[in-house]
Design a protein around this ligand. Structure first.
Ligand SMILES: Cc1cc2ncn([C@H]3O[C@H](COP(=O)(O)O)[C@@H](O)[C@H]3O)c2cc1C
Ligand SMILES: O=C(O)c1cccnc1
Length: 342
Protein backbone atom coordinates (compact mmCIF):
# COMPACT_ATOMS: atom_id res chain seq x y z
CA UNK A 1 0.00 0.00 0.00
CA UNK A 2 1.21 3.48 -0.85
CA UNK A 3 2.47 5.76 1.86
CA UNK A 4 0.39 8.52 0.26
CA UNK A 5 -3.34 8.95 0.65
CA UNK A 6 -4.98 8.48 -2.73
CA UNK A 7 -7.71 10.98 -1.74
CA UNK A 8 -5.25 13.86 -1.48
CA UNK A 9 -4.91 15.65 -4.80
CA UNK A 10 -1.43 16.73 -5.89
CA UNK A 11 -3.17 20.02 -6.76
CA UNK A 12 -4.11 20.76 -3.13
CA UNK A 13 -0.92 22.65 -2.28
CA UNK A 14 -1.56 25.03 -5.18
CA UNK A 15 -5.08 25.60 -3.87
CA UNK A 16 -3.55 26.45 -0.50
CA UNK A 17 -1.20 29.01 -2.09
CA UNK A 18 -4.19 30.69 -3.77
CA UNK A 19 -6.22 30.81 -0.54
CA UNK A 20 -3.42 31.91 1.80
CA UNK A 21 -4.20 35.18 3.60
CA UNK A 22 -2.88 38.43 2.17
CA UNK A 23 0.28 39.71 3.82
CA UNK A 24 -0.27 42.76 6.04
CA UNK A 25 1.77 45.57 4.53
CA UNK A 26 -0.31 48.39 5.94
CA UNK A 27 2.62 50.21 7.60
CA UNK A 28 4.66 50.21 4.38
CA UNK A 29 1.58 51.27 2.42
CA UNK A 30 1.00 54.20 4.78
CA UNK A 31 4.63 55.27 4.27
CA UNK A 32 4.31 55.13 0.47
CA UNK A 33 1.05 57.11 0.57
CA UNK A 34 2.61 59.75 2.83
CA UNK A 35 5.63 60.13 0.55
CA UNK A 36 3.43 60.25 -2.56
CA UNK A 37 1.46 63.13 -1.03
CA UNK A 38 4.66 65.09 -0.31
CA UNK A 39 6.28 64.84 -3.79
CA UNK A 40 6.83 67.96 -5.91
CA UNK A 41 3.75 67.79 -8.13
CA UNK A 42 0.12 68.81 -7.89
CA UNK A 43 -1.72 66.19 -5.81
CA UNK A 44 -2.81 63.27 -7.99
CA UNK A 45 -1.09 64.59 -11.11
CA UNK A 46 0.75 61.36 -11.89
CA UNK A 47 -2.59 59.56 -12.06
CA UNK A 48 -2.31 55.82 -12.43
CA UNK A 49 1.48 55.94 -11.83
CA UNK A 50 0.72 56.89 -8.24
CA UNK A 51 -1.60 53.91 -7.89
CA UNK A 52 1.09 51.64 -9.36
CA UNK A 53 3.64 52.79 -6.77
CA UNK A 54 1.11 52.03 -4.02
CA UNK A 55 0.30 48.66 -5.55
CA UNK A 56 4.01 47.73 -5.65
CA UNK A 57 4.31 48.52 -1.95
CA UNK A 58 1.11 46.63 -1.14
CA UNK A 59 2.47 43.52 -2.88
CA UNK A 60 6.12 43.65 -1.79
CA UNK A 61 5.94 45.43 1.57
CA UNK A 62 8.73 47.74 0.34
CA UNK A 63 8.53 51.51 0.82
CA UNK A 64 9.70 53.12 -1.36
CA UNK A 65 8.96 50.48 -4.01
CA UNK A 66 11.60 49.36 -6.51
CA UNK A 67 11.72 47.26 -9.67
CA UNK A 68 15.38 46.36 -10.19
CA UNK A 69 15.34 42.85 -11.63
CA UNK A 70 12.28 42.45 -13.87
CA UNK A 71 12.07 39.35 -16.06
CA UNK A 72 9.77 38.10 -18.80
CA UNK A 73 9.36 34.33 -18.78
CA UNK A 74 7.93 32.77 -21.93
CA UNK A 75 6.54 29.25 -21.58
CA UNK A 76 6.33 27.28 -24.83
CA UNK A 77 4.11 24.23 -25.35
CA UNK A 78 2.26 22.38 -28.10
CA UNK A 79 -1.45 21.56 -28.15
CA UNK A 80 -3.18 18.47 -29.48
CA UNK A 81 -6.21 20.61 -30.32
CA UNK A 82 -4.19 22.22 -33.14
CA UNK A 83 -5.05 19.01 -35.09
CA UNK A 84 -8.60 20.33 -35.35
CA UNK A 85 -7.47 23.09 -37.72
CA UNK A 86 -8.10 25.94 -35.24
CA UNK A 87 -5.03 28.13 -35.92
CA UNK A 88 -3.75 30.03 -38.94
CA UNK A 89 -0.24 28.59 -38.31
CA UNK A 90 1.21 25.07 -37.83
CA UNK A 91 2.48 23.72 -34.48
CA UNK A 92 6.01 23.54 -35.95
CA UNK A 93 6.13 27.30 -35.25
CA UNK A 94 6.42 26.55 -31.50
CA UNK A 95 9.93 25.04 -31.67
CA UNK A 96 10.95 27.56 -34.33
CA UNK A 97 9.86 30.54 -32.21
CA UNK A 98 11.56 29.01 -29.16
CA UNK A 99 14.80 29.04 -31.17
CA UNK A 100 14.08 32.64 -32.15
CA UNK A 101 13.58 33.68 -28.49
CA UNK A 102 16.95 32.09 -27.73
CA UNK A 103 18.61 33.85 -30.71
CA UNK A 104 17.22 37.22 -29.63
CA UNK A 105 15.16 37.65 -32.78
CA UNK A 106 11.49 37.67 -31.70
CA UNK A 107 9.36 40.73 -30.87
CA UNK A 108 9.64 40.05 -27.14
CA UNK A 109 13.48 40.10 -27.34
CA UNK A 110 13.42 43.58 -28.86
CA UNK A 111 11.07 45.04 -26.25
CA UNK A 112 13.05 43.46 -23.39
CA UNK A 113 16.30 44.79 -24.87
CA UNK A 114 14.83 48.27 -25.32
CA UNK A 115 13.76 48.39 -21.66
CA UNK A 116 16.60 46.40 -20.04
CA UNK A 117 14.31 43.54 -18.97
CA UNK A 118 15.62 39.99 -18.51
CA UNK A 119 14.08 37.21 -20.63
CA UNK A 120 13.92 33.43 -20.23
CA UNK A 121 12.17 30.92 -22.49
CA UNK A 122 11.09 27.53 -21.11
CA UNK A 123 10.53 24.55 -23.39
CA UNK A 124 7.62 22.56 -21.95
CA UNK A 125 8.24 19.65 -24.33
CA UNK A 126 7.15 21.46 -27.52
CA UNK A 127 7.84 18.27 -29.50
CA UNK A 128 5.15 16.37 -27.61
CA UNK A 129 1.68 17.97 -27.76
CA UNK A 130 -0.68 17.80 -24.79
CA UNK A 131 -3.98 15.94 -25.25
CA UNK A 132 -6.46 17.27 -27.82
CA UNK A 133 -9.02 18.86 -25.50
CA UNK A 134 -11.83 18.32 -28.03
CA UNK A 135 -11.59 14.56 -27.46
CA UNK A 136 -9.39 13.88 -24.41
CA UNK A 137 -7.91 15.50 -21.32
CA UNK A 138 -4.92 17.80 -21.83
CA UNK A 139 -2.99 16.14 -18.99
CA UNK A 140 -2.94 12.41 -18.27
CA UNK A 141 -3.52 13.04 -14.55
CA UNK A 142 -3.75 15.70 -11.86
CA UNK A 143 -0.24 14.66 -10.88
CA UNK A 144 1.03 15.52 -14.37
CA UNK A 145 -0.70 18.92 -14.27
CA UNK A 146 0.73 19.63 -10.81
CA UNK A 147 4.25 18.73 -12.01
CA UNK A 148 3.94 21.19 -14.89
CA UNK A 149 2.53 23.88 -12.59
CA UNK A 150 5.66 23.39 -10.48
CA UNK A 151 7.79 24.46 -13.46
CA UNK A 152 6.30 27.89 -12.92
CA UNK A 153 8.20 28.17 -9.64
CA UNK A 154 11.42 28.45 -11.66
CA UNK A 155 10.17 31.73 -13.12
CA UNK A 156 10.96 33.68 -9.95
CA UNK A 157 14.43 32.17 -9.42
CA UNK A 158 17.57 34.32 -9.20
CA UNK A 159 16.17 37.37 -7.45
CA UNK A 160 13.46 38.36 -9.93
CA UNK A 161 11.53 41.25 -8.33
CA UNK A 162 8.89 41.69 -11.03
CA UNK A 163 7.72 38.82 -13.22
CA UNK A 164 6.00 39.15 -16.59
CA UNK A 165 4.36 36.09 -18.10
CA UNK A 166 4.35 35.25 -21.78
CA UNK A 167 3.56 32.16 -23.82
CA UNK A 168 4.06 30.47 -27.15
CA UNK A 169 1.73 27.66 -28.17
CA UNK A 170 -0.10 27.36 -31.46
CA UNK A 171 -3.77 26.59 -30.73
CA UNK A 172 -3.70 28.14 -27.27
CA UNK A 173 -6.34 30.80 -27.92
CA UNK A 174 -8.69 27.83 -28.45
CA UNK A 175 -7.62 26.35 -25.11
CA UNK A 176 -7.96 29.74 -23.40
CA UNK A 177 -11.46 30.17 -24.91
CA UNK A 178 -12.52 26.78 -23.51
CA UNK A 179 -11.16 27.66 -20.07
CA UNK A 180 -12.92 31.04 -20.01
CA UNK A 181 -16.25 29.52 -21.02
CA UNK A 182 -15.94 26.81 -18.35
CA UNK A 183 -14.71 29.18 -15.61
CA UNK A 184 -16.78 32.29 -16.31
CA UNK A 185 -19.73 31.12 -18.43
CA UNK A 186 -21.02 32.02 -21.90
CA UNK A 187 -20.87 30.11 -25.15
CA UNK A 188 -17.89 28.93 -27.18
CA UNK A 189 -18.67 31.62 -29.76
CA UNK A 190 -18.51 34.30 -27.05
CA UNK A 191 -14.88 33.41 -26.32
CA UNK A 192 -13.47 32.42 -29.72
CA UNK A 193 -11.66 35.16 -31.62
CA UNK A 194 -9.22 35.45 -34.50
CA UNK A 195 -6.12 34.31 -32.57
CA UNK A 196 -3.34 34.24 -35.16
CA UNK A 197 -5.93 35.19 -37.81
CA UNK A 198 -8.69 32.63 -38.27
CA UNK A 199 -12.10 33.36 -39.78
CA UNK A 200 -14.77 31.53 -41.77
CA UNK A 201 -14.48 27.74 -41.70
CA UNK A 202 -11.45 27.74 -39.42
CA UNK A 203 -13.42 29.85 -36.92
CA UNK A 204 -16.30 27.37 -37.16
CA UNK A 205 -13.83 24.53 -36.40
CA UNK A 206 -12.45 26.52 -33.45
CA UNK A 207 -15.93 27.03 -31.99
CA UNK A 208 -16.78 23.35 -32.56
CA UNK A 209 -13.57 22.26 -30.79
CA UNK A 210 -14.40 24.44 -27.78
CA UNK A 211 -17.98 23.11 -27.74
CA UNK A 212 -16.67 19.53 -27.65
CA UNK A 213 -14.23 20.36 -24.85
CA UNK A 214 -17.04 22.01 -22.86
CA UNK A 215 -19.33 19.01 -23.34
CA UNK A 216 -16.60 16.73 -21.96
CA UNK A 217 -16.28 18.75 -18.74
CA UNK A 218 -19.95 19.68 -18.26
CA UNK A 219 -20.70 20.13 -14.57
CA UNK A 220 -17.04 20.35 -13.54
CA UNK A 221 -16.38 23.56 -11.59
CA UNK A 222 -13.02 23.04 -9.92
CA UNK A 223 -10.61 25.45 -11.65
CA UNK A 224 -7.54 23.18 -11.35
CA UNK A 225 -9.47 20.14 -12.57
CA UNK A 226 -10.60 22.23 -15.55
CA UNK A 227 -6.96 23.23 -16.10
CA UNK A 228 -5.99 19.55 -16.05
CA UNK A 229 -8.74 18.53 -18.47
CA UNK A 230 -9.04 21.45 -20.93
CA UNK A 231 -5.86 23.48 -20.29
CA UNK A 232 -2.31 23.06 -21.52
CA UNK A 233 1.26 23.06 -20.29
CA UNK A 234 2.15 26.74 -20.73
CA UNK A 235 -1.10 27.80 -19.07
CA UNK A 236 -0.47 25.39 -16.16
CA UNK A 237 3.09 26.70 -15.75
CA UNK A 238 1.75 30.28 -15.72
CA UNK A 239 -0.81 29.38 -13.02
CA UNK A 240 2.04 27.85 -10.98
CA UNK A 241 4.18 30.95 -11.53
CA UNK A 242 1.35 33.27 -10.45
CA UNK A 243 0.80 31.32 -7.22
CA UNK A 244 4.52 30.94 -6.45
CA UNK A 245 5.09 34.65 -7.03
CA UNK A 246 2.22 35.45 -4.69
CA UNK A 247 3.76 33.44 -1.88
CA UNK A 248 7.12 35.19 -2.48
CA UNK A 249 5.55 38.71 -2.69
CA UNK A 250 6.73 39.16 -6.26
CA UNK A 251 4.49 41.35 -8.45
CA UNK A 252 3.33 39.70 -11.68
CA UNK A 253 2.48 41.42 -14.95
CA UNK A 254 -0.04 39.51 -17.06
CA UNK A 255 0.15 39.84 -20.84
CA UNK A 256 -2.81 39.10 -23.11
CA UNK A 257 -5.71 36.75 -23.79
CA UNK A 258 -3.86 33.51 -23.05
CA UNK A 259 -1.90 34.69 -19.98
CA UNK A 260 -5.11 36.15 -18.58
CA UNK A 261 -6.69 32.68 -18.81
CA UNK A 262 -4.02 31.47 -16.36
CA UNK A 263 -4.91 34.37 -14.05
CA UNK A 264 -8.61 33.43 -14.40
CA UNK A 265 -7.86 29.91 -13.13
CA UNK A 266 -6.14 31.36 -10.04
CA UNK A 267 -8.93 33.95 -9.57
CA UNK A 268 -11.58 31.24 -9.62
CA UNK A 269 -9.81 29.37 -6.80
CA UNK A 270 -9.82 32.57 -4.72
CA UNK A 271 -10.21 36.16 -6.01
CA UNK A 272 -7.34 37.35 -3.81
CA UNK A 273 -4.98 34.97 -5.65
CA UNK A 274 -4.46 37.68 -8.28
CA UNK A 275 -4.06 40.68 -5.97
CA UNK A 276 -0.38 40.77 -6.92
CA UNK A 277 -1.15 40.75 -10.67
CA UNK A 278 -1.17 43.77 -12.97
CA UNK A 279 -3.00 43.39 -16.28
CA UNK A 280 -0.74 44.96 -18.87
CA UNK A 281 -3.02 45.63 -21.79
CA UNK A 282 -6.29 44.90 -23.51
CA UNK A 283 -5.45 42.51 -26.32
CA UNK A 284 -7.11 42.96 -29.70
CA UNK A 285 -8.36 39.37 -29.27
CA UNK A 286 -12.06 40.12 -29.11
CA UNK A 287 -13.04 38.46 -25.82
CA UNK A 288 -10.10 39.67 -23.74
CA UNK A 289 -12.03 42.68 -22.48
CA UNK A 290 -14.85 40.40 -21.33
CA UNK A 291 -12.37 38.30 -19.34
CA UNK A 292 -10.83 41.37 -17.70
CA UNK A 293 -14.28 42.69 -16.79
CA UNK A 294 -15.28 39.35 -15.28
CA UNK A 295 -12.31 39.66 -12.91
CA UNK A 296 -12.94 43.35 -12.20
CA UNK A 297 -9.49 44.47 -13.39
CA UNK A 298 -8.58 47.34 -15.70
CA UNK A 299 -5.66 46.99 -18.08
CA UNK A 300 -2.93 49.60 -18.31
CA UNK A 301 -2.58 49.87 -22.10
CA UNK A 302 -4.66 49.42 -25.24
CA UNK A 303 -2.33 49.33 -28.23
CA UNK A 304 -4.25 47.01 -30.54
CA UNK A 305 -1.71 44.23 -29.90
CA UNK A 306 -2.58 40.53 -30.14
CA UNK A 307 0.73 38.70 -30.09
CA UNK A 308 1.21 37.03 -26.71
CA UNK A 309 4.89 36.19 -26.03
CA UNK A 310 4.79 38.69 -23.12
CA UNK A 311 5.04 41.74 -25.39
CA UNK A 312 2.25 43.76 -23.75
CA UNK A 313 3.55 42.80 -20.31
CA UNK A 314 7.08 43.96 -21.13
CA UNK A 315 5.74 47.36 -22.21
CA UNK A 316 3.82 47.61 -18.94
CA UNK A 317 7.00 46.86 -16.96
CA UNK A 318 8.50 49.99 -18.53
CA UNK A 319 5.61 52.01 -17.07
CA UNK A 320 5.83 50.24 -13.72
CA UNK A 321 9.54 51.06 -13.45
CA UNK A 322 8.83 54.68 -14.33
CA UNK A 323 6.19 54.77 -11.58
CA UNK A 324 8.66 53.39 -9.01
CA UNK A 325 11.40 55.77 -10.21
CA UNK A 326 9.16 58.84 -9.90
CA UNK A 327 8.05 57.80 -6.45
CA UNK A 328 11.56 57.06 -5.19
CA UNK A 329 13.60 59.68 -7.05
CA UNK A 330 11.49 62.85 -6.91
CA UNK A 331 12.06 65.42 -4.19
CA UNK A 332 9.44 66.26 -1.64
CA UNK A 333 8.32 69.91 -1.42
CA UNK A 334 10.31 70.25 1.83
CA UNK A 335 13.51 68.72 0.39
CA UNK A 336 13.42 70.89 -2.76
CA UNK A 337 12.23 74.10 -1.14
CA UNK A 338 9.33 74.20 -3.58
CA UNK A 339 6.22 76.00 -2.39
CA UNK A 340 3.20 73.82 -1.67
CA UNK A 341 -0.42 74.61 -2.48
CA UNK A 342 -1.79 78.03 -1.48
C1 LIG B 1 5.11 33.37 -35.67
C2 LIG B 1 4.23 33.47 -34.45
C3 LIG B 1 4.72 34.06 -33.28
C4 LIG B 1 3.90 34.15 -32.16
N1 LIG B 1 4.12 34.65 -30.93
C5 LIG B 1 3.04 34.52 -30.22
N2 LIG B 1 2.06 33.93 -30.92
C6 LIG B 1 0.71 33.73 -30.42
O1 LIG B 1 -0.12 32.96 -31.29
C7 LIG B 1 -0.49 31.70 -30.74
C8 LIG B 1 -1.96 31.62 -30.43
O2 LIG B 1 -2.78 31.81 -31.54
P1 LIG B 1 -3.62 30.60 -32.16
O3 LIG B 1 -4.50 30.09 -31.08
O4 LIG B 1 -4.38 31.22 -33.30
O5 LIG B 1 -2.63 29.56 -32.65
C9 LIG B 1 0.31 31.57 -29.49
O6 LIG B 1 1.50 30.89 -29.78
C10 LIG B 1 0.57 32.99 -29.09
O7 LIG B 1 1.55 33.21 -28.17
C11 LIG B 1 2.58 33.69 -32.16
C12 LIG B 1 2.08 33.08 -33.33
C13 LIG B 1 2.90 32.97 -34.47
C14 LIG B 1 2.35 32.33 -35.71
O1 LIG C 1 -3.58 38.33 -26.50
C1 LIG C 1 -2.95 37.28 -26.63
O2 LIG C 1 -2.33 36.77 -25.68
C2 LIG C 1 -2.95 36.57 -27.97
C3 LIG C 1 -3.77 36.95 -28.99
C4 LIG C 1 -3.73 36.26 -30.18
C5 LIG C 1 -2.86 35.21 -30.34
N1 LIG C 1 -2.07 34.84 -29.34
C6 LIG C 1 -2.09 35.50 -28.16
Amino acid sequence: MSHFDADVSPLDDFRALARAPRPDHSDALAATRAREAALTKPAGSLGRLEKLAEWLTAVTGKAPPTVDHPRVVVFAASHGVAEEGVSAYPSSVNAQMLASFRDGKAAINQICAAYGIGLSAFDLAVDIPSGNIAVEDAFASERAAAATMAFGLEAIANGVDCLALGEMGIGNTTVAAALYAALIGGTAADWCGAGTGVSGEAMARKIAAVDKALARVAGEEDPLVLLTRIGGREIAAMVGAILAARSQKVPVVIDGFVSTAAAAVAYKIAPQAIDHCLFAHRSAEAAHGRALEAMGVSPLLDLGMRLGEGTGAALAIGILRAAAACHSGMSTFAEAGVDGPV
